[in-house]
Design a binder for this molecule. Structure first.
Ligand SMILES: [Zn+2]
Length: 105
């Protein structure tokens, strides 16, 4: 399964109140973690801060295993989104360029 197919599956599973934008064709490799597929979402706040949220899925996982893992992938990215929302905007301005990494192996 391609990154963008996984991303589309994750996107479909989001709760209505989750406000994340899929980032496509994002080629920068922040974690330099070989053997993982990476999918990226962006969360943004009214103050103009955007956070990069990412999921990593082992290349070794089969399509079936990815589908099985989907609920936990969705949960992880939603938790990253919630922690971004929980911060106030002074925190946001401090992390303007930061990212909230997460790993799924
Ligand atoms: Zn903010």
């Amino acid at each position: 399964m391609e990154e963008k197919e996984i991303q589309a599956l994750v996107l479909k599973e989001f709760d209505d109140e989750v406000n994340l934008r899929p980032l496509n064709g994002f080629k920068l490799d922040f974690s330099a973690n070989p053997g993982f597929k990476k999918i990226f979402f962006s969360a943004s706040c009214d103050c103009g801060t955007a956070a990069l949220l990412s999921l990593e899925i082992s290349e070794n996982k089969t399509d079936d295993e990815i589908v099985d893992a989907l609920p936990s992938l969705v949960e992880r990215i939603e938790m990253q989104e919630k922690s971004f929302r929980r911060m106030d905007c002074s925190m946001h301005s401090m992390m303007r360029t930061g990212s909230i990494p997460d790993n799924v192996s």
